[in-house]
Design a protein around this ligand. Structure first.
Ligand code: MIC
Ligand code: SF4
Length: 648
């Protein structure tokens, strides 16, 4: 028996049951016990409504945290109402509540709650950030997190483990961001689907936990199931500096550990990189586009907003000023970071350099404030540069390290930070400020407080079981890499409706075809056709719930992103895959399709799909486990779980 990787150790210590006992088989999934969960406000409201519907009196996890970090802009009653609802639900069900202003869930979880050796499931696709601590941390739809809080195991397609060997050491002004951009350049946004990326090699010990966090965070952009780092001396020092020394355990790969694939990156050879609009994998060296005028630089988001990111940016800015036509925006990732930069004088460095300071939240990353000008060029340290995500449809968002963003803000043009000459690099602090006063810890016995439910919080709809046959029009036929931002855009206005499915469904596919909701309603629902990697990006289950609410019962695509595929199953939508990829080309919007025998197809994993007008047919498969098929038959995972809990 070969030794085990960190990922295998984490999986094996949490496996509850293997679906069919065989690894890598179509439809095979593994079920893992979940120790911790996290939610954020824009996925949390729906997750807690679903948790409530399960009728379980208190969470069964070791630790569950409800963060309020996304939609903090309070331009109407909706967000404040949602925040109150989340706080009351947390108190009632035994969940730690992280109040607005405390910071971005992934940064704060890394600082205060993540534990090596444990599992974490979060209703946000960047939950893998905590993989930096040697955790198995995965993103999922809100319902999966609700089920985990109710004690159900989490199912995932049995992943391959890729060993990423890091050698050498980063040169000054080259950041952890450049490591993950290099992987995106090589592997693309589809390259990580079905895989866990495990980092090893001597280069790992040169990276701090927040740097590891940047890499694990953007593993989500590779489409990876998650990313993991070992829990080593660096992890130990980080936890000690957080006042959490007793939370450390060692967790490393066995020397003879087996991996499914291996790649290596020489850190010494890396240079500053930049992802061009509009995909995180359109990566080129910064030098290649240097000199392009820049309207805006944003240093923040869950990817690069740690103390070190801000300290190194301030070191670059110190004694200099932002260019006249460039706006520099700073969003500290957590209240801890904000306090630390305030005490260290870094905050005044920013203010003196002419930066604009935001509260600790997602903000510009998700189009909540600081939308660039028409056609504006924005350099951001965030993780996604999908078209329109910044709030300006034709803005040209580029992804860079904090170093590159700071240097470009001074120069007013895209700048390789090495061109500014030597900058004194900051040290990682030996002790972080740990002020937990913006957490509300639940009482041991729970509270019977009334839940404040604002008028924007709508009741959950009842979803019908799957019918015996599905006939409908192709409402949309889209291409490859369609993101959940295409299916259900983010931004302040639409995100305020996350707790109101009927209202938010009016924006389904708003970025692709605003007539979609009306057409879906007019035809009583229909079928969606997608290309490769359908539903990549966020974990928002609303991208499945909204089409379902509008009557969609099936999607036929070339392939899916993991979280979205499960969200479709959870919502009771059949996620089918073309048996013959060529059949995708033969379909167009408006064609009427009939999936003849749904139950037979589910059983045999082969569906005959007929084009009603031409009579021509093709075949599609689901590749799902029996458990997932059960969910579909029940009309979604909530119905199936309720049945299991009540025995009816
Ligand atoms: C994102 O980065 O796209 C989000 C907003 O954090 C989403 C969650 C959401 O849509 O609420 C994610 O990454 O899952
Ligand atoms: Fe927030 Fe952006 Fe991170 Fe999503 S990617 S959690 S919106 S900071």
């Amino acid at each position: 028996m070969p030794g085990k990787s960190v990922a295998r150790k984490l999986l094996d210590s949490h496996v509850v049951k293997a679906d069919n006992g065989k690894r890598g088989m179509k439809g095979s999934e593994i079920l893992v016990r979940i120790d911790q969960t996290l939610t954020q406000d824009t996925t949390g409201t729906m997750a807690y409504l679903q948790f409530e519907a399960l009728g379980v009196p208190r969470v069964k996890t070791e630790r569950s945290v409800s963060y309020v970090d996304h939609n903090l802009l309070q331009v109407g009653f909706e967000n404040a109402d949602d925040h109150n609802f989340l706080q009351d639900m947390a108190a009632k069900y035994g969940i730690i509540f992280s109040r607005p202003g405390n910071g971005i869930c992934h940064q704060v979880h890394l600082e205060r709650f993540g534990l090596p050796g444990k599992t974490l499931l979060g209703s946000d696709s960047h939950t893998p950030t905590a993989g930096a601590l040697g955790m198995l941390a995965m993103g999922a739809g809100g319902l999966d997190v609700a089920l985990a809080m109710a004690g159900f195991p989490f199912s995932l397609p049995d992943p391959k483990v890729v060993r990423v060997t890091l050698t050498g050491r980063l040169q000054p002004m080259v950041g952890a961001k450049d490591i993950i951009l290099e992987l995106l350049r090589r592997l693309t946004v589809k390259g990580g689907v079905g895989k866990i990326f495990e980092y090893g090699g001597e280069g790992v010990s040169t990276l701090s936990v927040p740097q590891r966090g940047t890499i694990a965070n953007m593993g989500a952009e590779l489409g990876a199931t998650t990313s993991v780092f070992p829990s080593d001396e660096v992890t130990k020092r980080f936890l000690e500096a957080q006042g959490r020394a007793s939370d450390w355990i060692p967790l490393t790969a066995d020397p003879d550990a087996a991996y499914d694939e291996e790649i290596s990156v020489d850190l010494s050879a890396l240079e500053p990189l930049i992802a061009l609009p509009h995909m995180p994998d359109k990566v080129v060296p910064v030098r290649q586009v240097a000199g392009t005028p820049v309207d805006q630089c944003f240093i923040g988001s869950c990817t690069n907003s740690s103390y070190y990111d801000l300290a190194v940016s301030a070191a670059i800015l110190r004694g200099r000023h932002v260019a006249e036509k460039t706006s520099l925006v700073i969003g500290p990732g957590s209240r801890q970071t904000l306090l630390m930069i305030a005490r260290a004088g870094i905050l005044s460095d920013f203010v003196e350099a002419g930066a604009r300071i935001l509260e600790c939240a997602c903000g510009p990353c998700i189009g909540i404030g600081q939308a660039p000008r028409t056609g504006g060029i924005s350099l951001r340290t965030s993780n996604r540069n999908f078209e329109g995500r910044s709030g300006t449809k034709d803005a040209l968002v580029h992804l860079v390290s904090a170093e590159t963003a700071a240097a470009s803000a001074i120069a007013g043009v895209i700048t390789d930070p090495r061109d500014l000459g030597p900058v004194p690099l900051p040290e990682m602090p030996g002790r972080f400020v740990s002020d937990d006063s913006l957490f509300v810890f639940p009482k041991a016995t729970g509270e019977n407080a009334t839940i404040r439910r604002g008028p924007n919080i709508a009741a959950l709809p009842d979803f019908e079981p799957l019918p015996a046959s599905i006939e409908g029009e192709i409402l949309l036929r889209v291409g490859d890499d369609i993101t959940t931002d295409h299916i259900l855009p983010a931004g302040s206005k639409i995100m305020s409706l996350r707790s109101n499915l009927p209202a938010i469904s009016e924006y389904c596919f708003a970025a692709v075809d605003p007539s979609f909701p009306a057409r879906a309603r007019a035809t009583g629902g229909g079928i969606l056709v997608g290309g490769e990697n359908y539903g990549q990006g966020s974990s928002r289950e609303h991208a499945a719930l909204s089409p379902r609410f509008l009557g969609v019962r099936a999607v036929i695509a070339l392939s899916y992103a993991r979280i979205h595929r499960q969200n479709l199953v959870n919502a009771g939508i059949l996620p089918l895959v073309f048996e013959n990829a060529g059949d995708y080309n033969g379909l167009k919007q408006g064609d009427r399709l009939s999936i003849v025998d749904v139950f037979g197809g589910l059983k045999a994993d082969r569906f005959e799909v007929r084009n009603v007008a031409t009579g021509k047919g093709f075949f599609a498969r689901h590749g799902l486990s029996d458990r997932q098929v059960g969910m579909l038959l029940a009309g979604g995972a909530l119905n199936a779980a309720r049945r299991e809990l009540t025995g009816i």
